[in-house]
Design a binder for this molecule. Structure first.
Ligand code: FES
Length: 107
């Protein structure tokens, strides 16, 4: 049993998994949130604002601001900062209306 302050998170983040973001295959550590996994892969833009189409990303990182919405396995408006990434998950950025995007992309 570890005694360092980081021992719990170090043990929890073992094992590599794969997931897709906008159709691109990426790797993550098991136990990471979707937002953390995306940031670890260099992705900070999680979508665009509906009205002004400005980039949106991680803001509060605790589930309060809704700035980090993504679509996960066709479930829209998932808070990426509060949701753990899962093996094989299909995650899409929140670029505009999800229904319109699905029709345009065929997914
Ligand atoms: S970053 Fe604020 S809810 Fe996720």
């Amino acid at each position: 049993m570890g005694t360092s302050p980081n021992s719990i998170s170090e043990n929890y983040l073992e094992g590599e998994i794969s997931f897709y973001f906008n159709g691109k295959l990426l790797k993550a550590k098991q136990g990471q949130t979707i937002a953390a996994a995306l940031m670890a892969n260099g992705i900070k833009k999680l979508g665009v604002s509906r009205k002004l189409q400005q980039p949106r990303g991680l803001f509060c990182a605790n589930g309060r601001c809704c700035s980090c919405f993504v679509s996960v396995n066709e479930l829209d408006h998932v808070l990426s900062c509060m949701t753990l990434v899962e093996e094989g998950a299909n995650i899409y950025s929140n670029d505009g209306d999800p229904d319109v995007r699905r029709k345009a992309n065929g997914n």
